[in-house]
Design a binder for this molecule. Structure first.
Ligand code: AMP
Length: 132
């Protein structure tokens, strides 16, 4: 059965899209740990990030770097942090989480409340700055 993230790629489920190329997709996390929290995924379904073919993992990392640069340019955090967990969705993904202050609770347990309008606005602003 297709993962929820594959359904997002196929537009069966809506997402706040940030960027896409032929092998990757990036979109805002719907339960963000910080404003601009983004997920980067390979289109090819695989559960565990570190089971990926090494070249595919390198490509996903390159794609994620470009998305992180767009987040940095748009939101100007101190930096954008990375979490890889994968305990909820069995489709490899990299969490990009902007860090706005040193005391920020940097974990997936911490959530911020953002409405639909703000999520749409964030996705629009960040996506404009993605240079693939
Ligand atoms: P994990 O598998 O623990 O790395 O976490 C999966 C992440 O996917 C969580 O942060 C969820 O909020 C996020 N997530 C689940 N469903 C969606 C969705 N439909 N759109 C955006 N993010 C999602």
């Amino acid at each position: 059965m297709a993962t929820i993230f594959s359904k997002i790629i196929e537009r069966e489920i809506p997402s706040y899209k940030i960027a896409e190329d032929d092998r990757h997709y990036a979109f805002l996390d719907i339960n963000p740990a910080a404003k601009g929290h983004t997920l980067c995924i390979p289109k090819k379904e695989i559960d565990y990030l570190f089971d990926m073919d090494a070249d595919d993992l390198a490509e996903l990392t390159r794609f994620s770097q470009k998305v992180a640069h767009a987040i940095d340019k748009t939101l100007q955090p101190i930096r954008t942090g990375v979490i890889v967990e994968g305990m909820l969705v069995p489709h490899a993904h990299i969490h990009l989480i902007p860090i706005f202050k040193e005391s920020q609770d940097f974990s997936l347990g911490k959530k911020v409340e953002l409405g639909d309008t703000e999520m749409l606005n964030l996705a629009r602003r960040i996506s404009k700055n993605v240079e693939l």
